[in-house]
Design a protein around this ligand. Structure first.
Ligand code: GRG
Length: 296
């Protein structure tokens, strides 16, 4: 199906990539290897789902796209940072990401750690510099992204994921871990426009929040399904990694068919959570379907 948003995906992708390019120091700037590595982490591919969610939620709420550039870029920097750390030998020890060598393979481990370290403050710097957004709004954006990345968000979820290797978790525990490890940043992507939007009522804000929570869990279950069923060449990372690492995953617990059914049911809930927005939420619905149907 097409909703019109599909035709704007290339526009928004180019837009956020321009913003990120403009704030990342050039690779010719010393320390050159560090800046080269930061750029590799950000520009070695990537679907840009989180920035697209920012712009789609912004369309839903009638927020001007230039007011969404800072959260879109900041959240993608945090995401890029997390992938570099996730791939390190101390974590999932992966050598392919987005079909290319992981950062520590392309450069070295110390450079990968430092490049990721530098992407995180860059994200918060972008939010602090969003001068077309009021100071109080900027500070709320910083808080939302900080909470999403922190120990009760993505980093906490990653810690639970590592602790659960070789363990057996219940379905609810796995979904809770997913809602932090993957869902927290996706949730922040759709919540950021609710902060930038003028006069948004509490009901509309909580409907968007609920959507972000639901689709964040579905995103990770789909990722797990791709890890089991996808070809390395298509998914851009080594398939079967979860089983090799003894990860506690949803398909590992309930099987692929039930995992797919859970993903579909989360998609239905996410779409229902947008009912009150009517046509304005079509971009978000389109992205929700993309998230559970994607092939990489
Ligand atoms: C970054 C604050 C901070 C701490 C590091 C390593 C870590 C803590 C968290 C990792 C969390 C993580 C890697 C979750 C997996 C999320 C996931 C499914 C990533 C893949 O996202 P896609 O498919 O990737 O959007 P692309 O390549 O398209 O950008």
């Amino acid at each position: 199906m097409t909703t019109g948003f599909e035709s704007r995906v290339a526009h928004y992708t180019a837009r956020v990539e321009d913003v990120m390019d403009s704030v990342l120091p050039p690779a010719t700037q010393a320390p050159k290897q560090l800046h080269d590595a930061m750029r590799y982490a950000v520009f070695n591919g990537g679907k840009r789902v989180r920035p697209l969610l920012v712009y789609a939620a912004g369309e839903c709420l009638g927020v001007r796209e230039d007011r969404l550039d800072a959260p879109a870029a900041a959240i993608e920097f945090i995401h890029a940072f997390s992938l570099v750390h996730d791939d390190l030998p101390a974590m999932d020890d992966d050598d392919i990401r987005r079909g290319k060598p992981t950062l520590h393979r392309q450069f070295d481990e110390a450079t990968a750690i430092l490049a990721a370290d530098a992407l995180q403050p860059l994200a918060f710097g972008v939010l602090a510099d969003a001068h077309d957004v009021a100071a109080a709004t900027r500070s709320r954006l910083v808080k939302v992204v900080a909470d999403a990345a922190g120990s009760m968000g993505m980093t906490g979820g990653q810690s639970m994921d590592l602790a659960a290797e070789g363990q057996s978790l219940a379905a609810e525990e796995i979904e809770h871990m997913y809602s932090l490890k993957t869902g927290a940043l996706i949730h922040a992507a759709v919540v950021a426009p609710t902060i930038v939007a003028d006069d948004l009522g509490a009901d509309r804000a909580s409907a968007i929040e609920a959507f972000g929570h639901t689709i964040g869990i579905a995103f990770q279950i789909r990722d797990d399904i791709l890890d089991v069923e996808g070809e390395t060449e298509v998914i851009g990372k080594r398939s079967g990694a979860d089983q090799r690492l003894g990860k506690a995953t949803y398909p590992g617990l309930v099987g692929i068919d039930e995992a797919r059914a859970r993903c579909d049911s989360l998609l239905r809930s996410a779409i229902e959570q947008l009912d009150d927005f009517g046509e304005d939420a079509e971009p978000l619905r389109w992205l929700a379907r993309f998230i559970v149907e994607r092939g990489n």
